[in-house]
Design a protein around this ligand. Structure first.
Ligand SMILES: Cc1ncc(C[n+]2csc(CCOP(=O)(O)OP(=O)(O)O)c2C)c(N)n1
Length: 560
């Protein structure tokens, strides 16, 4: 056997490559110099330099969501680790495999008040699915194999690896540098459900009068759209989704209910949930937003079949009649097989009438020529301008509930997403950059409030430097509108510390080199969006909008 060695930093690059990684998002630092030098010399991985580590992690997250592969980000020690953390937390809670590597002070410098020293192991432990600090170079291959296995098997999640400076320079036996490349994509190890429970679930489904699917992100993550549709057709059942579940079904389909819950649901979609006598949650945690704080469905009002890859999910929030633990695609395929020959004619009339009511209300507002521009108008014009393949990333505030409710995703698969685990403002700009790298031929658009803009504006430079043809839409209202709307509805309009100053976001973007428009009149919006979407480089459309507390929000109510 040939005995040859690599440096630790070279081994890291080779291990990433062996797992199918070809792009890394990140930011340099003193402790990262050996890693950067290895990336430069080996030349096999594209490095996207970002302007802070939080956005590097969001880019890796957006990349993973659209590519189906592990997203990788990196940063230096100390502040690099604390800055990368918010992105890792979001990805982990959203079941997205993101690997973060923070370089670190040398093992030999520990405990000596070394600049940037930080206990990365303890910091990252509660916030990632798996984490490690590598103390010896020889451990590098094994640690990275374990990280990829943890990220892509079971419920997908994040991994964090701390890589000390001297470990990057130590020797690694080249023969240890190998990987199972299937662990670089997710889900890598599908788990099938218990056949006995499939039979029980099939029995319940046959007996149900008004079954309803509520699909979370798990359907799209596992690529279960075809199995879902086949089953819904057999049962004549409507299909609702969470925000992350958008893309489980083509929303133009008669069976598609749209998004339910308190951030994109409406009174009409709520009525469809309330009418069901059997609910099948699929890859969905039945959390506070989807269920409007566990009130829709009301506990006990419907039988519950709960499909999830995480055994801890079924039965956590609702008394479950049949828990099906396994990969969403395998669970739905097994149910579909068990129901072979079943053909129930679903009565969609009531659900369709509700949907018509919802969109009639929406269109009445969307066609309004009032200024400031109504949020509905922004969704309406974007729907007209973008083709069905386009990817839309929405920040919290106005964008997420309005686009969740009214932007019709006319395909299956991931075309729309938002950061639904923590909903931190300022996600969409960077996540859209990651999404673009996963699907460079598809138009990508990020929609953000001006609160979000303030938290991510620095990455406009990244978009300009790399000439990325992404369109950024800012819903500009000089207020933390979602919160002000909460003060209106729940606190008798006692508005407090939610307004900020007006910024001309188009001018700011222009200063970065982004081609920009500022739109005050509804009649000018479509043309601006059209030109922006067609431009070969980054563009920004600043839309001066009606603030949320003055608008008719699609959400049923503000819930915490
Ligand atoms: C990092 C972070 N801090 C605070 C919040 C709480 N929050 C939720 S929505 C919102 C207001 C959003 O304001 P803006 O982005 O301007 O959008 P608008 O609601 O006005 O459309 C705030 C402050 C948050 N989601 N994330």
């Amino acid at each position: 056997m040939e005995i040859s060695t690599l440096t630790g930093a070279e081994a890291v690059v080779e291990m990433l490559k062996a797992h199918g990684v070809d792009i890394v998002f990140g930011l340099c630092g003193d402790t990262s110099l050996p890693l950067y030098d290895a990336m430069a010399r080996l030349g096999s991985i594209r490095h996207v330099l970002t302007r802070d580590e939080r956005h590097a992690a969001y880019m890796a997250d957006g990349y993973a969501r659209l590519s189906g592969k592990v997203g990788v980000c990196e940063g230096p020690s100390g502040g690099g680790a604390t800055y990368i953390l918010p992105g890792l937390v979001e990805a982990n809670e959203s079941s997205i495999p993101v690997l973060a590597i923070n370089t670190d002070v040398s093992v030999s410098s520990r405990g000596k008040f070394t600049l940037t020293e930080l206990d990365q192991r303890t910091l990252m432990k509660p916030l990632t699915k798996w984490n490690a600090v590598i103390d010896r170079s020889a451990e590098i291959p094994k640690v990275l194999r374990k990280a990829f296995e943890a990220m892509t098997s079971g419920r997908p999640g994040t991994a964090h690896v701390a890589l000390p400076f001297d470990v990057q320079n130590g020797p690694v036996d080249r023969n240890d540098v190998w990987a199972d490349p299937t662990l670089g994509a997710f889900p890598s190890r599908r788990v099938a459900p218990d056949p006995a429970l499939i039979e029980v679930a099939a029995k319940l489904l046959r007996k149900a009068k008004q079954p309803l699917f509520i699909c979370g992100g798990g359907v799209v993550l596992s690529g279960a759209e075809a199995e879902l549709l086949s089953l819904a057709e057999k049962l004549g059942a409507p299909v609702a989704t969470t925000i992350s579940g958008k893309g489980s079904i083509d929303e133009r389909d008669a069976r598609a209910v749209g998004v339910v819950g308190s951030n994109g649901g409406t009174v009409e979609t709520r009525a469809i949930v309330d009418a069901a006598d059997l609910i099948v949650f699929v890859g969905c945690r039945a959390g506070s937003v989807t269920t409007e704080r566990w009130r829709h469905p009301a506990p006990g009002s419907a039988r519950i079949i709960h499909i999830d890859v995480d055994p801890a999910v079924p039965g956590t929030n609702y008394k479950v009649d049949v828990p099906l633990v396994g990969d969403a695609r395998l669970c739905l395929a097994a149910l579909d097989e068990a129901l072979e020959g079943t053909k129930r004619e679903g009565d969609f009339a009531a659900a369709e009438a509700r949907k018509r009511e919802k969109f009639a209300k929406f269109e009445a507002l969307a066609r309004s020529d009032d200024s400031p521009i109504k949020p509905e108008r922004v969704v309406y014009e974007m729907q007209k301008v973008l083709d069905r393949d386009a990817i839309v990333v929405a920040d919290p505030g106005t964008p997420c509930p309005y686009f969740s409710a009214y932007y019709v995703v006319g395909r299956t698969g991931r075309r729309f997403f938002s950061n639904r685990a923590h909903g931190a403002l300022g996600y969409s700009l960077a996540a859209s950059i990651g999404a673009h790298f996963a699907k460079p031929k598809v138009k990508t658009v990020a929609v953000m409030g001006d609160g979000s803009f303030g938290m991510c504006v620095g990455e406009l430079e990244t978009a300009v430097r790399l000439k990325l043809p992404i369109t950024f839409v800012v819903i500009s209202n000089a207020v933390y509108g979602w919160i002000k709307a909460g003060q209106k509805s729940g606190y008798d309009r006692r508005y407090f510390s939610v307004d900020f100053g007006v910024t001309d976001h188009a001018k700011v973007a222009e200063a970065f080199g982004v081609k920009s428009w500022r739109v005050f009149e509804p009649g000018k919006l479509q043309e601006a969006l059209k030109q922006a979407a067609a431009h070969a480089g980054p563009t920004l459309v600043d839309v001066v909008c009606q603030p949320l507390h003055e608008a008719r929000a699609p959400v049923s109510e503000w819930v915490a």
